[in-house]
Design a protein around this ligand. Structure first.
Ligand SMILES: Nc1ncnc2c1ncn2[C@@H]1O[C@H](COP(=O)(O)OP(=O)(O)O)[C@@H](O)[C@H]1O
Ligand SMILES: O=C(O)C[C@@H](O)[C@H](O)C(=O)COP(=O)(O)O
Length: 324
């Protein structure tokens, strides 16, 4: 049965202020360019640009920046009808980026009392979720109440409605209180998710343990609902594991890296495009890697997301030149 949305993402939509002057620390950076940011918003934007039908559940500030974010997301084709405005004056989250070198970039988040963390259970509609094939949950939304309960409500509704749950671990230390609490909430959602995507470090956070191998991680998580687990490892590429016991690997598409942030969100958008079009898993890893390669060579994490023609052309060109 065809549904209105290929995916609905839930969580933060925020603002990135990206250093326009490269190769220097934040202390010495004077100019910044404004983009929409927030991992789930970036994934939603990347997905919409690839032609997916996308909805978003979130909360933004009722001010110029909140309006900017909602308007941009709407302009790229995302349904923003479930993006609430915070009526209590909470401000949108800000992320400053620092590009010290292509190998070394960092982010500095301003997220105290961020509007997205005030998403509440009242903002999550069963009728809306029923229109989606997939629900994309990002881990950071679990960091504080009431956003935590809003996301858990969406998770339980998705399970009830048969909506496939994609859990993007998206671990950001800033809003979490302690490692055990983080691990508990991550495990709770991971045990119900159909697909789990994260970096090796993020799976360590989920397990509250350093040094587990991918095989140990998947052996535990496949005891629950997950059918597919994707573990990303930066320049070493990515691995996907299925419950049936298959393993797939894809390396990277080498590129002139400007900055490293944005890789994870673009990877997720590319991967989920292929996955939702029932392309094979190796192709999904390839689409994710290509989208990441495109985005890390440009300044933003959202506007730089490729459309389908750009993505497929990039892959074709790279494969012809054998740069991956
Ligand atoms: N330097 C790089 N060059 C090309 N592709 C990269 C590079 N770094 C990361 N990628 C791609 O982006 C994916 C996600 O990157 P990773 O750093 O693991 O995640 P995150 O950005 O979430 O921390 C990798 O699996 C790889 O496909
Ligand atoms: O997620 C955020 O709030 C910040 C992002 O918008 C920022 O662009 C970023 O750090 C993306 O990095 P990624 O998770 O490596 O894709």
């Amino acid at each position: 049965m065809s549904k209105k949305f290929d995916l609905i993402a839930i969580g933060r939509a925020a603002v990135d202020l990206n250093a326009v002057e490269y190769n220097r620390p934040l202390e010495e950076t004077k100019t910044f360019a404004k983009f929409v940011g927030g991992s789930p918003a970036n994934i939603a934007i990347g997905s919409a640009k690839l032609g997916q039908k996308v909805g978003f559940i979130g909360k933004v500030s009722d001010d110029q920046l909140g309006h900017y974010v909602t308007q941009y997301m709407s302009e790229v084709g995302i349904d923003t009808s479930q993006m609430a405005k915070d009526e209590d004056g909470h401000k949108i989250g800000l992320t400053f980026t620092e590009i010290i070198s292509p190998e070394e970039s960092d982010i500095l988040m301003y997220r105290n009392e961020a509007a997205d963390l005030y998403l509440s259970t009242d903002d999550v509609s069963k009728d809306y979720l029923a229109q989606a094939r997939m629900l994309v949950i990002s881990g950071t939304g679990l960091a504080q109440s009431p956003s935590r309960e809003a996301i858990l409500k969406a998770l339980l509704l998705a399970k009830e409605l048969g909506v496939e749950v994609i859990f993007e671990l998206d671990y950001r230390p800033y809003t979490w209180q302690n490692a055990e609490e983080t691990s508990l909430y991550y495990q709770l959602v991971a045990q119900k998710a159909d697909v789990i995507i994260g970096t090796r470090d993020e799976f360590d956070v989920l397990e509250n343990q350093q040094g587990n191998t991918d095989e140990q991680t998947i052996a535990t998580l496949f005891q629950y609902d997950a059918n597919l687990i994707v573990i990303k490892s930066g320049v070493q590429g990515s691995n996907a594991y299925t419950k049936a016991g298959d393993k797939y690997h894809f390396g990277i598409f080498k590129t002139k890296v400007l900055k490293s942030f944005g890789a994870g969100d673009s990877f997720a958008a590319g991967f989920l495009y292929a996955y939702s079009h029932q392309l094979d898993i190796e192709t999904a890893l390839k689409y994710g890697s290509a989208a990441a390669s495109i985005v890390i060579s440009q300044l933003s994490s959202s506007e730089a997301m490729p459309n389908l023609a750009q993505l497929t052309e990039f892959i074709q060109k790279a494969e012809t030149q054998e740069v991956h």
